[in-house]
Every structure is written in structure tokens, then in C-alpha cells.
Design a protein around this ligand. Sequence first.
Ligand code: 5GP
Ligand code: MN
Length: 336
Amino acid sequence: MLDLTSLTELLAQPCKIVITTHHKPDGDAMGSSLGLYNYLIQQGHHVKVITPTDYPEFLTWMPGNEEVIIYTDNTELSAQLVADAALIFCLDFNALSRINELGVLVGQSSAYKVMIDHHLEPEDFDDYRHWDINACAAAQLVYDFIVNVLQKPEYINKDVATCLYTGIMTDSASFRLPNTTSDVHRIVANLIDAGANNSRIHELVYNSASENRLRFLGHCLANCLEILPEYHTAIIAVNKADLQRFDINTGDTEGIVNYALSIATIRLAAFIVERTDRVKLSLRSKAEFPANEICKKYFNGGGHRNAAGGHSETSLEETVQKFKNILPEYKKLLVQ
Ligand code: 5GP
Ligand code: MN
């Protein structure tokens, strides 16, 4: 274990630090990691952000992105950096399986591990934990860690603010989800004061799609959307051939599930996609419906109550059928 005094002492001297985040990083994974990166480099530390996999093009503009190492493209260098690190920050995840093979290396490393996260049921691999399931984003917790735990608000510069704003904006679905509290808005106001250009960040993240991506969205809504009125549930299921036909890359499928949830009567929406390695599910729900419970119980996954994910090793058709078979168990919650 590492107490705050020992962590502060460690951080008082320049040291070798690795920051890592979950498989297929999203806006919060990259925003929180690069926000912390831009803070730590001001303190003279040697910092590397290592992601387990690639991540969407619309997240590659953030300050510090050019220094990010993708594990799958740089396995030897990543292993060396993890082995040499004195500290490893684990952001926006809390189980080593979420970072694939990198999790084995992190587990074996003698470095102190600091978890900054907002997911349920953390695994016990860390030495210091800044964890709150009520936080709307890991980026919110990184802000809190810098400002209130380390007490260094003066280091929230434009680069830190830009990355943390992106994390909070994306994970709160543009300040829309119920955990976007007045405290979150105050943090966001501070980030804008510190230099985050809010309208520019919205443009870079949300208005940077390719023509293919928009046509693919049209295809999903016109041809792949199935409504199950008796369960207030919508499913969008997409096969591998369609991904190839529209030249869909990492990140291009993000957010499509929300269109299914935008129907007034729908309480649960599923986006089920046949990726090259396995079938991936993204669930979104309204109000009290526990989407994460379905992912945890049936699809090797987890997440938050209203936004969760998982995967399945069976075919697309079988996965869709399995999902449909689960719905009667949740009928009461879905139709109330
Ligand atoms: P998405 O549907 O955007 O991939 O993920 C939504 C939420 O569920 C995110 O908070 C993400 O961390 C979580 N999530 C997605 N896939 C998995 C998974 O395979 N395992 C776990 N534990 N959480 C997941
Ligand atoms: Mn997050």
C-alpha cells in the first residue's frame, strides 16, 4: 500500500511514470490520461502514456497525443517502460483484464500502482486509490486529484484543462447524464477559465466524422434497427461485411447506440457489432435500468448503470438471440 504522504514524497522527485487506460480508449480514457500527463510533465517527471490498443481518430488532436505509445504496435518498448516505472497510473478502469496483455505486465511490475477510476467493483491490484462511482468521468477525478489531493491547482494549465474538459464532456454525454452535478459544472467552468476552448473541443470531437461514417449511421438506422415494443428495447446489430463495406474504423461506431435510445418509448438500447476478433455489445439505458448488470452477468463486461459494454465469443446472430432471451427477466423494470 501507498499512503498519500508516501505518494507525495515519490512525486516530489522526478521519476519514471507510466499512465495507462482501458482497451479501445474513449474520450474519457484519453482525456484523463493526457490531462494527468500534461500535469506530471510540468513537474519534471519522465511520463509515458501507453494505451492497450489504438483509439479513434477524433481523439488524436489532444495535447501530448504525439507521445502516446500504443501497446499492440510497440510491445517491447511498452514492456520495458512498465518494468522500469516507479509509478503506474491506471485511469478509467479498475480490472487488469480491461488492458489486455498489458495487464499481465502491469500486474508483474514492482511499480506502485495508482488507480483513478469511477467504475463499480474495483479489483484489488492497486497501491493507492482515488475512486468514486459518483464521478461523471475519470477526468473529473484527475481534476480532483490534482486540485484537492495534491493541492496543485496552479498547474491546471491550458493543456491539462483541454484534455480534462474532453474527458468530462464525452463521458457525461455532453453534460447530459444524471451525474453531471453542479460541482461538475463548476469544475468545467474552472477548466474553461484555465484555457479549455469549449466550442472548439466540441467541434473537434463531434463534427469531425467522415462521409462514410455518416452513411454508415444512415445504414444502421434504416436497415439494422429492430424495435421490441413489448420490452421498450431497441437493438442495432451490424455484421462484419457492413463494417468493411463502409470502411468503418475504431471509433466510427461510437455514439450510434444513443440514436436508438433517443426514441421516447425506449428504455434500453443495444448496439451489437461483429468485430474481427469478437462480438462487442454497447448498452445504454434510461433512468434506473441497470445496463451494467446485463453486461456483467451475461456478456463478460460491466460499466455504469446507464452505459455499459461487454462481449461474446459466439456469432452475431447467437449474441442477438441471447440478448433477446434475457429481456423477459428484466421485463418488469423495462415496462414500469
Ligand atoms: P461502450 O459501450 O462505449 O464501449 O462502453 C460503455 C461503458 O461500459 C464504459 O464505461 C466502459 O468502460 C464500459 N465497458 C465497455 N466494455 C466493457 C467491458 O468489456 N468490460 C467492462 N468491465 N466494462 C466495459
Ligand atoms: Mn470514464
